[in-house]
Design a protein around this ligand. Structure first.
Ligand code: ACM
Length: 704
C-alpha cells in the first residue's frame, strides 16, 4: 500500500495536484486516464458532486466478472433495486458479463465484492439523513449509511469512481465520507408551457439521482395548460390541456419511480395568477367573466382567481383535498408569482370586498387569498411553498419561500425567520454558463447570517421553464449544467474551482446519457432533420455540426425579441434549438487563445491557427448549404460572420507570430467589425468571439 493522502473539504483541483505529484513520483503505478476536453489528463475520477471528504490511495480494486454485491434490505428499503440498477450500469460501462444474478440475489455474504449496510429506511422529507461512508480496499468495498438514501447516494459516487488502465477496470482504493451541504436540492420541470411526456420525466429523474438531486418540483398548472387529471373537477384537465395531461395513475407511477430513487415530488399549482387554463372549464372562479381559451403565447396575463368569491375557497378546498391525497409530499407549492391585478381593479365586487375587509392594495388582497389557501392546505396536512411574492408578515414559520427575484430576498427571509430556497441564478432556461450557476451560492460568504439563520436556507432548485423547450430539446437545456448546480447544493462551499468543475462536468455529461437523457444525442438527430431531404454530403454535415458546436442561443429572454412571436405551437426544431446553451468546445478555444496570449508558445499558435482554418472551411460549406436548404437560410449570415471572425483571428495570429504591428486603423476597424459580428443571427451568437477579442487585445497591448 502506498502512502495515503487525505483531503478534507479540499478543492478538487488540489486533489488533482496531490495525485499527479504522487503519480510522477511513482511512474510504475498506472492511474485512470480521463481525457478532458482541454486535453489535460487527470488522475482524479470525475466525481460530481464532489464529496465532503475523500482519501484515495494508489491501490486498486480490480473489477472482473465475479464482481458481486450483497447486503440486508430493511422493510420498505430502496437499496435492492438500486444495486440492481448499479450492476446493470456497471456491466453496461465495462462490457463485463457479471456472474451474479443481481435481480434475484443480493444476500449478504463475506465473499461479496460490494457489501452494503444501513440502519433504516429513509423518509422523503427535508433533513433526512443522506450521508454515507464508502471504503474501498483492494479486495472489498463497503458502503455504510444511516439510511437507504445514503446507500443510493454512495452507489452513484462509486460508479463515478470507475476507472480504467491497461489491465482493465478498477475502483481506486480509499475512503469517502460524504453528506449534503443542503437538504433541498431540486429541479423544477415545467410541464405546462410544453407538455413533457412521462418518459421525459422518468429519464430526468434518473439523471437527477445520478448527481444526488432529491426534489422534483413539478410545475403542473399554467396559463398554457392544466396537466393533472382531476376527478373532482374533470373539466380542468379535459378542457385545460389539449388532451395533454397526466392521469392520476401516471402521477402515482412517477411518484413511485422517484421514491425508488430517493427523490421527493412536490407539485406546484400556480395561483391566483398564471391561471388561464383553469378558467376554460371553470370561468366562475375567475375575476372577469370570460369566456376563456388556453393561452398560447408567453408572458404575464390578466386572468386571475377571484379572491372575493366564497365559491373560490370551496373550490380550492375540494381541489386540494384531492391533490393532497394524490401527492404524498409534505409540501405543496402554490406559485403566487407575477399576479396581474387588472381584472381585480375592473371588478366592482372585488373592489367592494377590499374596502369591506380593509385591504389597502392588491398585495393585501393576495395576502388574504394566501391565508385562506394556507388554511386549506393546513387542513390537509400540507406545508405551503410559494415564490417570493407570497411573503407577508404574520405567515407561520413552517412555510417555505422560493426566491426567484434575488439572493437578497432569501437572506432577508431567513433574517425574519422564514425557510427559503434559492432559484434566482439557477434559471437554466436562460442559457447561461455552468460557471455562472456554479458560483451562485445560496448562502454567499458575505451574507452575515447567524448559524441559526443559515439553517433556514434549505437549498435551491434549478428551474426548467418550458417556453422554449420541447420533449426533444429539454434534456439539453437541463444537462449537463444542472450537474454543476447539484454540486453547489451538495458539496462543501469551498469546492468552487471553475476549471476543475468543467473538467469533471464534461465526463459526467457523457455518463448522464446512460440514464436515458438525450442532451447530447438529440443534436445529431436535429441536424439530420434540418438537412432534411436535400442531398447533403458528409463534409457538409460535419461543417453544420462544427458551426452548431461553437454557437449558442442568445441569452436571457432575448429569443423573445428577435422578431418571431413564440407560442406553445411554434416549432422548436431550428438551428438555434439544436445548439447547446453553453458551448464547451468554444470555451476550450477561448481558453486556448488565452493560453497563447499569455505563454506565446508555437504549439498553442499552431493549434489556434488550425482551429481557425477548420472554422473557416466549415463556414464556407454552411454558407453553401444555407443557400440550398430553406430551413437553414437564416444560418447563412451566422456562417458569414464566422468566416469574417476567423479571418480577423488568423490575421491577428500572423501579426503576433511575426511580431509586426498592423497598419494604422486596422485594429479599430476590426473592433468595429466585431461589434457587428456580436449581433445575433438566427437567434444565435458565436461563442468563440472572446478568442479573437483576446488576440486583438494582445496586439493592442504589446504585439511583440
Ligand atoms: C417566476 O419565474 N415567475 C417564478
Amino acid at each position: 500500500m502506498l502512502a495515503c493522502f487525505k483531503t478534507k473539504f479540499l478543492n478538487p483541483a488540489w486533489l488533482l495536484v496531490v495525485i499527479l505529484a504522487q503519480v510522477m513520483l511513482l511512474p510504475l503505478v498506472g492511474g485512470a486516464m480521463i481525457n478532458s476536453p482541454s486535453g489535460a489528463d487527470s488522475q482524479v475520477p470525475a466525481l460530481m458532486p464532489f464529496p465532503a471528504s475523500i482519501e484515495l490511495t494508489q491501490d486498486k480494486f480490480r473489477i472482473d466478472e465475479k464482481f458481486s454485491a450483497g447486503g440486508q434490505e430493511q422493510p420498505g428499503g430502496r437499496v435492492f433495486k438500486a444495486v440492481a440498477r448499479f450492476m446493470f450500469r456497471l456491466s453496461g460501462r465495462t462490457g463485463l458479463f457479471l456472474e451474479q444474478d443481481f435481480l434475484a440475489d443480493q444476500a449478504p455474504g463475506p465473499k461479496r465484492s460490494l457489501s452494503y449496510q444501513y440502519e433504516k429506511t429513509g423518509r422523503l422529507i427535508p433533513n433526512e439523513d443522506e450521508s454515507y461512508i464508502l471504503e474501498i480496499s483492494d479486495n472489498r468495498i463497503e458502503l455504510r449509511a444511516p439510511t437507504d438514501l445514503g446507500i443510493l447516494r454512495g452507489l452513484e459516487t462509486l460508479l463515478q469512481l470507475l476507472s480504467a488502465d491497461d489491465r482493465g477496470y478498477y475502483f481506486p482504493c480509499g475512503r469517502i465520507e460524504d453528506r449534503p451541504r443542503f437538504t433541498w436540492r431540486g429541479l423544477l420541470i415545467d410541464s405546462c408551457r410544453h407538455f413533457m411526456p412521462l418518459e421525459v420525466i422518468k429519464r430526468n429523474l434518473l439523471a437527477m439521482a445520478a448527481v444526488k438531486l432529491n426534489v422534483l418540483h413539478w410545475h403542473l398548472s399554467e396559463d398554457q395548460g392544466f396537466r393533472v387529471e382531476s376527478r373532482t373537477f374533470p373539466e380542468l384537465h379535459r378542457l385545460g390541456s389539449d388532451g395533454l395531461y397526466y392521469t392520476q395513475d401516471q402521477i402515482r407511477e412517477i411518484i413511485q419511480f422517484a421514491s425508488d430513487l430517493g427523490i421527493r415530488v412536490m407539485p406546484e399549482f400556480d395561483i391566483p395568477g398564471h391561471s388561464t387554463s383553469w378558467f376554460v372549464g371553470y370561468p366562475e372562479y375567475a375575476s372577469a367573466p370570460g369566456p376563456y381559451r388556453l393561452e398560447r403565447g408567453f408572458g404575464v396575463f390578466h386572468p386571475v382567481f377571484n379572491p372575493a368569491h366564497p365559491g373560490t375557497y370551496k373550490f380550492f378546498d375540494r381541489f386540494f383535498r384531492e391533490m393532497s391525497s394524490l401527492f404524498p409530499d409534505p409540501y405543496l407549492h402554490i406559485g403566487g408569482d407575477e399576479v396581474e391585478a387588472v381584472h381585480w381593479k375592473e371588478n366592482p365586487r372585488i373592489q367592494a370586498f377590499m374596502k369591506k375587509h380593509n385591504l389597502a392594495d392588491n398585495h393585501a388582497l393576495q395576502a388574504y387569498f394566501n391565508k385562506e389557501i394556507l388554511r386549506i392546505l393546513t387542513k390537509y396536512k400540507k406545508k405551503m411553498v410559494g415564490w417570493d411574492e407570497i411573503y407577508q408578515p404574520g405567515l407561520p414559520k413552517d412555510i417555505v419561500i422560493q426566491s426567484w427575484r434575488g439572493t437578497q430576498a432569501l437572506i432577508d427571509g431567513a433574517r425574519r425567520g422564514y425557510q427559503g430556497l434559492l432559484s434566482n441564478g439557477y434559471y437554466i432556461d436562460l442559457c447561461e454558463t455552468a460557471e455562472r450557476h456554479y458560483l451562485n451560492d445560496p448562502i454567499p460568504p458575505d451574507s452575515q447570517l447567524t448559524e441559526e439563520e443559515k439553517k433556514l436556507i434549505l437549498g435551491g432548485e434549478a428551474t426548467m421553464w418550458a417556453e422554449l423547450v420541447s420533449p426533444e430539446t429539454v434534456d439539453s437545456r437541463i444537462w449537463p449544467r444542472t450537474a454543476a448546480i447539484a454540486e453547489r447544493l451538495w458539496s462543501p462551499q469551498e469546492v468552487r474551482e471553475v476549471n476543475d468543475m468543467y473538467r469533471r462536468l464534461s465526463v459526467i455529461s457523457v455518463q448522464l446519457e446512460e440514464n436515458g437523457v438525450q442532451h447530447l444525442r438529440n443534436q445529431d438527430l436535429m441536424l439530420r432533420r434540418l438537412a432534411g431531404n436535400s442531398p447533403v454530403n458528409p463534409a457538409e454535415m460535419a461543417a453544420l455540426k462544427t458551426l452548431v458546436r461553437i454557437s449558442e442561443p442568445v441569452k436571457g429572454y432575448a429569443r423573445h425579441s428577435q422578431g418571431r412571436k413564440y407560442t406553445s405551437l411554434a416549432p422548436l426544431t431550428r438551428f438555434v434549438d439544436s445548439c447547446f446553451p453553453e458551448s464547451l468546445e468554444a470555451r476550450e478555444i477561448n481558453r486556448l487563445a488565452e493560453a497563447y496570449v499569455s505563454g506565446r508558445t508555437h504549439q498553442d499558435w499552431k493549434k489556434l491557427k488550425a482551429t481557425f482554418d477548420e472554422l473557416a472551411a466549415a463556414s464556407l460549406l454552411v454558407s453553401s448549404l444555407s443557400g440550398r436548404i430553406p430551413v437553414l437560410r437564416e444560418v447563412g449570415p451566422l456562417a458569414d460572420n464566422l468566416k469574417e471572425l476567423v479571418s480577423i483571428g488568423s490575421r491577428s495570429l500572423s501579426h503576433l507570430a511575426s511580431k509586426t504591428k498592423p497598419g494604422p486603423g486596422w485594429l479599430k476597424n476590426q473592433k468595429n467589425r466585431l461589434e457587428e459580428i456580436k449581433k445575433p443571427r438566427a437567434e444565435c451568437q458565436l461563442a468563440v468571439i472572446p478568442a479573437v477579442e483576446k488576440l486583438l487585445a494582445a496586439l493592442e497591448d504589446k504585439p511583440n
